[in-house]
Write a protein that binds this ligand. Structure first.
Ligand code: SF4
Length: 354
């Protein structure tokens, strides 16, 4: 019974409760894609100003593809998970090369774009083209698990298949766009992770979790891997008005962003230990003079890691500074703001300790 009536009930709720968001009532797959990528792992309130900035700065996929990656990262600054911005830029280039600059609107083509997975391809294809593909994001997992009492872990291979299959069954094939938006909005506003509004919920009579007092148990997840702690020791190496920075290479969260020379450690480090490490890193004749400028007392929390940052002022002779310029970029304190930098460094700069 509930399977048959599910979408109708959901859509009625949606019409009465949906938020007015700029990417709703929009069928442009490019803009829908921008909103979807920006909103991954980001709350609507935080993502909205970024969506507006991106649409203004890059009104078409051609504009985005032709931009410098650094400019895209700069506009993204503060949103975190920078691989999303790098993929956004790479995917825009792909649209030009592979799809003649026409942003795709079918699941089969969308899934080929860098950074676009099953969920995002389904969302764009259904919103822009009414293609009957069901979205399954965190909100959808929660809603389905609770209403239908499914205890299979949502992050297991079996769970992913089971939830997708049920989501496909529940989908309104005539109105997949409204249905998909409705189920996500329902999860975001009504069936929230904590304190869902069960009292005024149209599914309360049939909802397994509500009827069986199992709200806290659903959805079920396999426990995450252990969170590790890392200490980032940023070194502010200055000479007159110049300061050293470098571009972060290799894989990782801040790939291609700029930062001060860095020494990482698993524990907080003393000035003496750091001095020896700096001497080795910079190949200096003597241990440099070091002053601690600032410690971030609060951890910068990532899904698998908690980062603590300390900022150290390092004084080295002029001739050593000149040599280091071969491996680092010397910029001025005013110019540093023009580079895309991690929010952790940007917050430090706001303290005006430089
Ligand atoms: S009754 Fe509560 S738990 Fe069930 S769907 Fe409604 S809001 Fe979610």
């Amino acid at each position: 019974m509930i399977v048959e009536s599910f979408s109708k009930t959901l859509q009625t709720w949606y019409l009465n409760n949906k938020r007015d968001l700029p990417w709703r009532n929009c069928t442009d797959p490019y803009k829908i894609w921008l909103s979807e990528v920006i909103l991954q792992q980001t709350r609507v309130n935080q993502g909205l100003p970024y969506y507006i900035k991106f649409v203004e700065q890059y009104p078409t996929v051609q504009d985005l593809a032709n931009a410098e990656e650094e400019a895209v990262l700069k506009l993204w600054q503060g949103l975190g998970y920078y691989s999303r911005a790098r993929n956004l830029h790479a995917a825009a280039k792909m649209v030009l090369e592979k799809f003649d600059g026409v942003f795709p609107n079918t699941f089969a083509n969308l899934i080929q774009l860098k950074g676009v997975g099953q969920y995002t391809a389904s969302a764009i294809a259904s919103f822009s083209n009414k293609e009957a593909v069901a979205v399954v994001d965190g909100n959808v997992y929660r809603v389905i698990a609770r209403i239908f009492g499914i205890f299979t872990p949502i992050n297991s291979t079996e769970g992913i298949k089971e939830f997708q299959a049920l989501a496909n069954t529940l989908l309104d094939n005539e109105m997949p766009d409204i249905h998909n938006q409705a189920i996500m909005e329902f999860g975001a506003l009504q069936c929230t992770p904590k304190k869902p509004n069960c009292m005024y919920c149209p599914f309360s009579n049939e909802c397994y979790a509500y009827q069986n007092a199992a709200l806290d148990q659903l959805p079920e997840k396999i426990k995450k891997t252990k969170i590790t702690t890392k200490h980032l020791n940023y070194m502010l190496v200055e000479n007159n008005l110049e300061i050293l920075i470098s571009k972060r290479s290799g894989k990782g969260i801040w790939q291609h962003l700029y930062e001060f020379p860095l020494i990482e450690s698993s524990k907080a480090i003393t000035a003496t230990t750091l001095g020896t490490k700096i001497q080795e890193l910079f190949n200096l004749a003597n241990i440099p003079s070091i002053t601690l400028m600032h410690i971030n007392e609060k951890a910068h929390k990532l899904s698998h890691q908690h980062l603590f940052a300390s900022f150290w002022k390092i004084s080295i002779p002029k001739k050593d500074f000149a040599l280091l310029k071969e491996n680092y970029i010397a910029t001025s304190k005013n110019e540093i703001y023009k580079y895309p930098i991690p929010v952790l460094i940007s917050n430090f700069l706001k303290l005006e300790l430089l």
